[in-house]
Design a protein around this ligand. Structure first.
Ligand code: URA
Length: 278
């Protein structure tokens, strides 16, 4: 058993990881010179990842009128939660352990409304990894990403377009839980879920990541650019190639963009030496 595996199995290892996350947070706070209000004086719901009023998500949908949270302490709490999750994710030696950690995750309010977490579809290692935005109703019910209508189109892209078996690629999402009524994921939800995705990418270790749609592409690349500006080229993400393309659900609504998607897929295939045009 490797030292990392041993650490993950021992409660002491988990405590050490949480302590490291706490130390990093205190260090950040010391450098910023900020102080946190004591628990008793914090507004109700502040810092509770599940409370609607606490979400600094900026999407304007669910902010409580009386939320008194300042961006600064909201960010600190988000940092802390994210660091703690990063510690838990880093301690997972393999995808099965990561899958169980994700299934137990209660970091944000989506755990209250999900039927189950949707971790990924595909083998433990793959050359290609697709990353969507978040599970929809079908995925939430079945626990598998991209199984609805958009999923059927993605399957066609993989099998008919790329000539690969769907089972040979990995398909995952930025969020592992379905946002109710298929609303957009909030910034906070994405922040909290990112360490799971990052560890998932490390373990699958794909040569090429294909984020689907503006949300997943912008999130992975840390960009606010339009889909049109991000697609049709190969980006570098810490030494890994990223080829963004349109989300299949968008292609169902705008079939005239399928030609652009096909160009992106050919670009990815050329990068993998599977044919295709650069
Ligand atoms: N859309 C996504 O982004 N992901 C899914 O899993 C299904 C639909």
């Amino acid at each position: 058993m490797s030292p990392q595996e041993r650490r993950a199995e021992e409660p002491a290892g988990e405590i050490a990881l949480l302590a490291a996350a706490l130390a990093a947070r205190l260090d950040r706070r010391r450098r910023r010179g900020t102080r946190r209000r004591p628990e008793a004086s914090r507004p109700e719901g502040a810092g509770d990842p599940g409370a609607e009023g606490a979400r600094p998500d900026g999407n304007g949908r669910k902010r409580a009128e009386n939320a008194q949270e300042t961006p600064e302490n909201g960010q600190e709490q988000a940092d802390f939660d994210t660091e703690a999750i990063r510690g838990r994710a880093a301690a997972c030696p393999d995808l099965e352990t990561l899958r169980s950690e994700v299934a137990a995750c209660r970091a944000c309010g989506l755990c209250e409304t999900r039927t189950q977490t949707v971790f990924m579809d595909g083998p433990e290692r793959a050359r290609v990894m697709f990353v969507g935005e978040a599970p929809g109703a079908d995925e939430d019910r079945r626990g598998v990403p991209f199984v609805g209508r958009a999923g059927q189109l993605l399957t066609d892209i993989i099998t008919k377009g790329m000539g690969l078996e769907r089972s040979s690629v990995v398909i995952a999402n930025v969020l592992k839980c379905r946002p109710p009524s298929n609303r957009d994921p909030s910034r906070r939800e994405k922040e909290l879920c990112t360490p799971w995705l990052e560890r998932q990418i490390e373990l699958v270790d794909p040569e090429i990541l294909i984020p689907l749609g503006r949300h997943a592409s912008g999130h992975l690349l840390g960009s606010e650019a339009s889909m049109g500006a991000m697609r049709a080229r190969v980006h570098d993400l810490a030494g890994r190639r990223v080829v963004p393309t349109y989300h299949p659900a968008f292609l169902l609504r705008s079939p005239e963009r399928k030609r652009d998607c096909w160009q992106d897929i050919q670009l990815a295939m050329a990068e993998l030496d599977l044919g295709g045009d650069r």
